[in-house]
Design a protein around this ligand. Structure first.
Ligand code: SF4
Length: 374
C-alpha cells in the first residue's frame, strides 16, 4: 500500500470509529442534515413563518399545506398584516384547510404579538405559551426551530418514534405519557442543536418510522431502537381507541331564487365551524329521512329552520358523509325553495355566485357549492 492509500485508509478508520461512538442524537441530526425533504418553511428562520407553517401542519398533510402556506404569506407577509386583517379574510384564506379554530387563534395571537411584543414573537417559551393557540407543541416548535432553544415539540410522529426508541409501553393518549416522552426528548437535546434535533425526529417519523410499515432496515437510528432490537416495533406506540364519533343526519336546503342566487347563512360565533358560512340545514331523524327519500314527482315536504325560514323540499339530490373529529355528519342535500322568511329575523339571505366566492365556507358546504353544482 502506498503512502496516500495508507493515509486514506487511516482517515476512513478514524471516521468509522468516530461514527461508531456517536450518540443517538448525533446520528439522527447527521442523517437529517443530508436527507431531509426540502420544504418551503425549512428555507427560513423567520419565527412568524415557522409559526404559520407549524400551525397549518397540525393534523394536515405536507402536500395540502404547501399552497396554503404560500397564499397565506402572500396575503399576510408579517404579523402586523395578519393582525390588521378582518377575521373573514383570514377564514377565507384558510377555507378548505379545516380545524378553523387554528386560523381564528392565529389572528387573535397576531393582535396580541403586535400589541404586547412590538410585532415580534417572544423569545421566552413561557411568554409564547401565553399566546392564543400556543400549546406545548407550537411553543416547542417555534422556540426550538426559530430560536434554537432546548424545548421539546412532541406531536404524533415524535410520540411514535420515541415510544419505539425507548420501548415505552405507556398509552400515548394519556397526558402523563406525553410528559414522559417530552422528558426523553429533553434528555437527548442536551448534546445537539435543538432546532435540528426536533425537526429530525419529526422527519424520521414522517418518512422512515411510519405507523404501519416502519422502514427499520433503512433506519439511521436502528441500533439505538429498543423496540427494533426486541422485535416489537409494530406493537408500539400503545394508543387506546378513540371514542366512536357521534352520528347525525342533516337535511341541507339548496335553495336558489329566479336570479340564481343561493340562500346562505353565517354560523354562530362559537362552537363547531364558528363564524363560517353554510347552506341552511336541520337535524333530522329516521322518519324525516325516510319521508325525504320517498319523495317523487309532484310531491314535496315543508321544513322550518330554527330562525323561522320555511323551505319546501322537492327532491334529495345527493347524500354524503363528512367527518369531524368527534362527529360524523350524513348530509342529505335537497333541492329546495324558500317559502317563507321573516325579514330582519332570519340569519340567512340570497347571495350571488360572486358574493359567495368572497365568503369563507365550511368544508362540507364548500364541497356542495363547488363540486356538485358547478
Ligand atoms: Fe422506527 Fe424501526 Fe427506526 Fe426503530 S428502527 S426508530 S421502529 S424505523
Amino acid at each position: 500500500m502506498n503512502e496516500n492509500a495508507k493515509k486514506t485508509s487511516m482517515i476512513f478508520r478514524q471516521e468509522e470509529e468516530f461514527f461508531v461512538n456517536e450518540s443517538f442524537e448525533q446520528v439522527l441530526c447527521r442523517w437529517y442534515e443530508s436527507n431531509h425533504r426540502k420544504l418551503p418553511w425549512r428555507e427560513t428562520s423567520d419565527p412568524y413563518k415557522i409559526w404559520i407553517s407549524e400551525t397549518m401542519l397540525q393534523q394536515t398533510r405536507v402536500e395540502t399545506v404547501i399552497p396554503y402556506y404560500f397564499r397565506f404569506l402572500e396575503q399576510f407577509p408579517t404579523v402586523q398584516d395578519l393582525a390588521k386583517a378582518d377575521e373573514q379574510q383570514v377564514l377565507k384564506i384558510w377555507e378548505g384547510l379545516g380545524y378553523y379554530s387554528r386560523a381564528r387563534n392565529l389572528h387573535v395571537a397576531a393582535k396580541e404579538i403586535t400589541e404586547k411584543y412590538c410585532g415580534k414573537l417572544p423569545y421566552d417559551p413561557k411568554e409564547l405559551l401565553k399566546l392564543k393557540g400556543f400549546g406545548p407543541y407550537t411553543t416547542g416548535a417555534v422556540a426550538s426551530i426559530a430560536y434554537n432553544l432546548p424545548v421539546p415539540a412532541v406531536d404524533g410522529n415524535v410520540m411514535r418514534v420515541m415510544s419505539r426508541i425507548e420501548k415505552c409501553f405507556s398509552d400515548i393518549t394519556r397526558a402523563k405519557t406525553k410528559k414522559e416522552i417530552e422528558g426523553f426528548v429533553r434528555a437527548h437535546m442536551k448534546n445537539c442543536a435543538p432546532c435540528i434535533f426536533n425537526q429530525a425526529l419529526m422527519e424520521l417519523g414522517a418518512t422512515v418510522c411510519l405507523p404501519k410499515n416502519p422502514k427499520c432496515l433503512d433506519c439511521p437510528v436502528q441500533k439505538f431502537c429498543q423496540a427494533y432490537q426486541d422485535g416489537c416495533a409494530l406493537d408500539l406506540p400503545i394508543k387506546s381507541k378513540a371514542k366512536a364519533r357521534k352520528k347525525e343526519t342533516h337535511l341541507v336546503f339548496y335553495a336558489r331564487d329566479h336570479e340564481k342566487r343561493t340562500w346562505v347563512q353565517k354560523r354562530p360565533n362559537t362552537g363547531l365551524l364558528a363564524n363560517l358560512y353554510e347552506l341552511p340545514h336541520i337535524l333530522v331523524g329516521s322518519q324525516e329521512k325516510e319521508a325525504c327519500r320517498r319523495l317523487k314527482e309532484d310531491m314535496f315536504l315543508d321544513f322550518q329552520t330554527e330562525d323561522g325560514v320555511v323551505f319546501r323540499v322537492s327532491e334529495v339530490m345527493l347524500t354524503f358523509t363528512h367527518l369531524f373529529t368527534h362527529i360524523e355528519w350524513e348530509l342529505m342535500v335537497a333541492d329546495a325553495k324558500v317559502l317563507h322568511a321573516l325579514a330582519g329575523k332570519s340569519i340567512g339571505e340570497f347571495c350571488t355566485p360572486a358574493e359567495i366566492e368572497k365568503l369563507p365556507f365550511a368544508a362540507p358546504f364548500l364541497k356542495i357549492i363547488n363540486t356538485v353544482f358547478v
